[in-house]
Design a protein around this ligand. Sequence first.
Ligand code: NAD
Length: 452
Amino acid sequence: MSTTLSPKHGHPSTSPTGAAAAVDQSILKEVQLPADADNLYTQTVTTMLQAAEIMGLPEHIRLILAQPKNEIIVHFPVRMDNGKYRLFKGYRVQHNNALGPYKGGLRFHPSVHLDDVKSLAFLMTMKCSLVGVPYGGGKGGIKVNPRDHSAAEMERIVRRFTSAIAHNIGPDYDIPAPDVGSNSQHMAWIADTYSFLSEVGGDNPAAVITGKPIEYGGSLGREKATGQGVVNTLVEMLPALSLRPEQCAFSVLGFGNVGSWSAKIFQEKGARLVAAADHTGFIRNDKGIDAADLAEHVGRGGGVANYSKATAITKDEFYKTKVEVFIPAALEQMIQEQEAGMLQCRVVAEGANAPTTPGGERVLASRGIEVLPAILCNAGGVTVSYFEWVQNKSFRSWDLERVDEELNRHMVRAAHRVRDARSHYKCDLRTAAYIAALERIAKAYAARGIFP
Ligand code: NAD
């Protein structure tokens, strides 16, 4: 592996069994991170600092990465269908742009709050660097439950939010995308609203956002891209565990965009879905669940709970279902010590961002369960978002074969970088993925310097 960095303490104090490297507490203090061990941002930065310690990342880069560059919070009024007004809270966090414009999704969920958005923005910085797309990291969202609003109310909410952050985003500066609760229709409203604000428009204002409908500048293959990347990663990494997809039973937590596409594509490779879960409940069928049929059922409204071709089970039964591969594809911090202790799998392929807590990870490591970390495993979404942006900027469109081929190339290359870092530093895959991401950022800072 080529690196200009030298390990500060030789080989690491983390190991594949999960013992963590010491963290430079002075940085945590200087940037005033919450001491709360359950805080997602503190957890995320701590993981980065552990990797930084092992690889000998320069102090000033650790410090810069420990807080985002910009944290934008907006409040905006929107008229409801009944004529009353409600005030909404929206966020855009721009973590780092050393490698290129800020990039990251917009989450529409009632529990969105600043520290989560900061963490997700941070993870985007790591992910873009790891997978080799020329972007930094950002994230945003609106504190809203889309299920509580009519289409007309959602349109007004999304358009008003866009106007509130319009001067802080841009096709060459910060390019949002879909995330939990947001979809291609929302992205179309954002692009359209942005294009009317002529002073911030540019040549092709629709390039301000990715994940758009195909008819309005979207890319073929974007909708399935994150699931496709999860499966590309599995295909690349399973042989090291003497597994092939056709030998794998698997379960999926969260059956939205990422969960359902991961399941459909892994099934096409010969794997068998035996259990699924979402916010409505948990289901199992040991003979196999047709992922495409379940996705259609979920798409008609509701969730997995009342799917008639599988049996409803409890949460504990879901986690204890024996599978080779478990794919968490719902929200953050869902695999804690208790869930990790119940899992009966060989591999956790993280489709969701930060689904495993540090405590959960220690339990998984002690039980010999391999974790394919989110910044590698779910990087397919941002990679095809990048392809969409390139197509918008060049006024061209690619066919699906090209998108799939280029995505696979990016995913396989990133997987190799993670594997190389793991064998060089003898650490777990998450630490290795962070190291591989940090190496590229460190080189950019070394070349750029720090202004002034
Ligand atoms: P989505 O809204 O399409 O789906 C979310 C799923 O999680 C739904 O099935 C929902 O029912 C389920 N869920 C929510 N709360 C739950 C709970 N308490 N218990 C069980 N299930 C629950 O969102 P998505 O786009 O599929 O995103 C899922 C995850 O993947 C998020 O962590 C997101 O940040 C991450 N991610 C998404 C993309 C993308 O391109 N969409 C890219 C990278 C990472």
